[in-house]
Design a protein around this ligand. Structure first.
Ligand code: TXA
Ligand code: MG
Length: 331
């Protein structure tokens, strides 16, 4: 299959190009598109054969449900069976934006989208291309990140093509995605609501609207490390990822001594040695925006190991720490 590559204006997407993407979605095809977080791989969420093709293209296990993208709260209500007052308040405060809400599903949502479960995850993306595409499609759009399963999420069109070229009908190329880290996933089927995945929207912002959220980091810090044994390898580069507290050079030196090509993602110190130092931004927003692209570049350059100077154990770094730890997890 030839993957059509259309370059769109990320701020003011051309209606003709968006309509071509929407037509592919309506006819059961797959379209990759930029969101404010990472690139998504979309299919008509109400067409189980189209959604099955997402699982095939990504090599995604059927047990992993997919987020449904809609154009607004009204459309979200049509895929969920219950719209509690708390959902309305969150939608009002944060949609369009990087917040995914898990709610009881409507029976019309195919099993393949929810992995057979009783809930569905929905969000309204803020990126002009994503929003225009979902609107033009006129159907809810199921879209996981546009990468082979368990690998790094794509933040640039070239990352999508590297992983999925020839497996999808179309790529809407809107340049680099601004956020760089996936949406925050919040389960509203329990009380208090539970944070299922930290993401671009900080838990503290959610708590400022609805009060206590289970699983959110305490204000004083990110809390204890979850057992690395519980972290399945995910969001992972090809290179081995190693997170170190303090000075990265002893670990880097040891790996370099074993003949490995080593890069260090530096934050504070950046000791020179037989390795490449990549100075990362000190602000969590910029670090998050750069992280996946940096790891994609190091993979392309065939590095064997990436030693990461651990970011601070603080709430604004929680989503980044989560992704780094999953990328570093074994197996
Ligand atoms: O920022 C994002 O969320 C991006 C863009 C494309 O929207 N999407 C994304 O999708 O990261 P994906 O499939 O890579 O990650 C979705 C996460 C998975 O961890 C999945 O298990 C969880 O959301 N999820 C989806 N539906 C769920 C449900 N019904 N209940 C609980 N978790 C769900
Ligand atoms: Mg993903």
């Amino acid at each position: 299959m030839h993957t059509e590559h259309l370059i769109v204006d990320p701020a003011a997407p051309e209606p003709g190009l968006i309509e071509r993407g929407a037509a592919v979605l309506r006819s059961g095809g797959l379209v990759a598109f930029p969101t404010e977080t990472v690139y998504g791989l979309g299919a008509n969420a109400l067409d189980s054969r189209a959604v099955a093709r997402i699982f095939e293209a990504k090599g995604r296990p059927a047990t992993n449900p997919i987020i449904v993208h809609v154009a607004g709260a009204e459309a979200a209500r049509s895929v969920v069976a219950d719209w509690p007052e708390i959902a309305a308040r969150l939608a009002e405060a944060f949609w369009p934006g990087p917040l995914t809400l898990v709610l009881p599903r409507q029976p019309e949502v195919p099993d393949i989208v929810t992995a057979g479960g009783p809930t569905v995850a929905v969000r309204v993306p803020a990126h002009p291309v994503a929003l225009a595409l979902v609107r033009a499609a006129g159907v809810p759009v199921a879209a996981p990140s546009a990468n082979p399963s368990s690998r790094l999420s794509p933040t640039r069109a070239e990352h999508v093509l590297r992983g999925l070229s020839g497996r999808i009908e179309m790529l809407l190329d809107g340049g680099a995605t601004p956020g760089g880290i996936e949406s925050t996933v919040l389960d509203l089927t329990c009380s208090p609501p539970r944070l299922l995945r930290p993401g671009l929207l900080a838990a503290a912002d959610i708590e400022s609207v609805i009060g206590e959220v289970a699983g959110a980091p305490a204000a004083s810090g990110a809390g204890p490390l979850r057992s690395p044994g519980l972290l399945t390898r995910h969001y992972a580069p090809r290179a081995r990822l190693l997170i170190v507290e303090g000075d990265a050079s002893p670990s880097a030196a040891q790996l370099a001594g074993e003949g490995k090509r080593v890069a260090v993602l530096a934050l504070r110190t950046a000791c020179e040695g037989d390795w490449t130092v990549v100075q990362m931004p000190a602000s969590p927003v910029e670090y998050g925006a750069a992280l996946y692209a940096t790891l994609h570049d190091l993979d392309e350059a065939r590095y064997d190991a990436v030693v990461v100077e651990a970011p601070p154990d603080a709430p604004e770094w929680v989503a980044i720490l989560d992704r780094l730890r999953r990328g570093a997890a074994e197996g």
